[in-house]
Design a binder for this molecule. Structure first.
Ligand SMILES: Cc1cc2nc3c(=O)[nH]c(=O)nc-3n(C[C@H](O)[C@H](O)[C@H](O)COP(=O)(O)OP(=O)(O)OC[C@H]3O[C@@H](n4cnc5c(N)ncnc54)[C@H](O)[C@@H]3O)c2cc1C
Length: 352
């Protein structure tokens, strides 16, 4: 998201950016996402929910997002809903595949190596030296090594609910060039997902999310309990990621199976987990589902200033830039959109 946005903005300003995408297709986690780009309605609420984030960075996302969403819609990205479905937040929903397509075109289209545009199957090289470099490699949620180093000793057990390419390349590159890390390097956003032997394909990451901890008793395999205290249930996945084998059991009273969470009933979510192969125990009064923490994105990353500067001549945006959602959760797509544009303007020496 952030890289394509930065390239689209740079082209609008008259530059001819080269986008290196290491995977076969552009889009990263954006392509796998629900496509809801949002901000909190009140800045105070944003601060309260992400208290350890850098207020200057948060203010930039908060103040720019509405105009950035209009810019995105003007690129031709189809808006599928004008609201988020959550009274605490405002934003828009996009179709992720169509959004990726519109942004790829705006970024110069798919291109052959060495040509301006989006070159797939091509990892970002060393800093070019003669041109500014914008890092937008999506954080390190796909690297079990970095997750073990910074987030959890149970890293080998978590489900990588993220795009394969986000293995911390931007972080390494900027640190080598003199950058430093943000607060909250140990923080991740995630979801409870059906536990093995369930098989969860990337296109099922959204559909198979188990989002009913508020209706359940949540336990680890030693019987220790956890009670969710957030509307996003981010705390459940964060907790489970650090429990033995990154597992959490959700015990749901049968009477709660008809409760609705984000358009689905609890019963439907459980049936989807069972059909995918997760262990589900059915008793007269309860249904218990074994879940595993699914790591979606890292919340810590590079330390950047409000112009997305991470090191001399190097800018970072999207999940590569930490310090925005620290202490809680805010829209990763929104941060990628706002700071993608900011990074492009700063890299070209334009007014913010
Ligand atoms: C299932 C799911 C649902 C989600 N739903 C939402 C939602 O509804 N709303 C929301 O706000 N957020 C959502 N997110 C999170 C959101 O997708 C991310 O926060 C966002 O995509 C981050 O943008 P990014 O540009 O940093 O990374 P990405 O969009 O992941 O892009 C990073 C790109 O960099 C590439 N790359 C990595 N290393 C290199 C390298 N060395 N050289 C070249 N290319 C490289 C990767 O292959 C990838 O294509 C969701 C994520 C998932 C997985």
């Amino acid at each position: 998201m952030a890289g394509l946005v930065a390239a689209a903005e740079a082209r609008r300003l008259g530059a001819a950016p080269l986008v290196f995408e290491k995977r076969r297709l552009p889009g990263g986690s954006m392509r796998l996402s629900s496509g809801v780009i949002w901000r909190h309605r009140e800045f105070d609420r944003f601060r309260a929910e992400c208290p350890d984030g850098d207020e200057r960075l948060q203010r930039r996302v908060f103040e720019r997002l509405d105009a950035d969403l209009r810019w995105l819609a003007d690129l031709g990205a189809p808006v599928t809903a004008q609201e988020t479905g959550n009274p605490l937040t405002t934003g828009m929903r996009f179709d992720p595949a169509a959004l990726t397509e519109a942004l790829t075109v705006a970024a110069g289209g798919l291109a052959a190596p060495g040509r301006a545009g989006v070159v797939c199957g091509s990892a970002v090289p060393e800093p070019p030296g003669d041109a500014p470099l914008i890092l937008a490699t999506g954080g390190f949620a796909a690297s079990r090594t970095l997750l073990r180093e910074h987030v959890t000793p149970e890293a080998e057990h978590v489900l990588l609910r993220t795009a394969r390419g986000s293995t911390g390349d931007g972080l390494r590159l900027a640190l080598d060039a003199g950058g430093s890390t943000s607060a909250g390097l140990d923080e991740v956003y995630g979801r409870a997902m059906p536990a093995p032997p369930a098989r969860v394909a990337p296109e099922d990451f959204v559909r198979l999310s188990q989002l009913y901890a508020r209706h359940a008793e949540v336990e680890n395999e030693l019987g220790a309990r956890f009670r969710t205290a957030t509307w996003s249930e981010i705390d459940v996945a964060q907790w489970a990621a650090r429990q033995p084998r990154a597992r959490a059991w959700m015990r749901v009273p049968v009477a709660r199976l008809r409760e609705r969470v984000r358009g689905r009933t609890v019963g439907e979510m459980i049936e989807a987990a069972a059909a995918a192969g997760a262990p589900v125990r059915r008793e007269p009064e309860h249904v218990t589902v074994e879940t595993v923490a699914g790591i979606t994105t890292t919340l810590g990353g590079l330390l950047v200033d409000e112009h997305a500067r991470a090191a001399p001549g190097i800018f970072a945006c999207g999940a590569d830039a930490g310090g925005i959602a620290t202490g809680g959760y805010a829209s990763g797509l929104a941060a990628a959109l706002a700071f993608g544009r900011i990074a492009a303007r700063a890299a070209l020496g334009e007014a913010p």
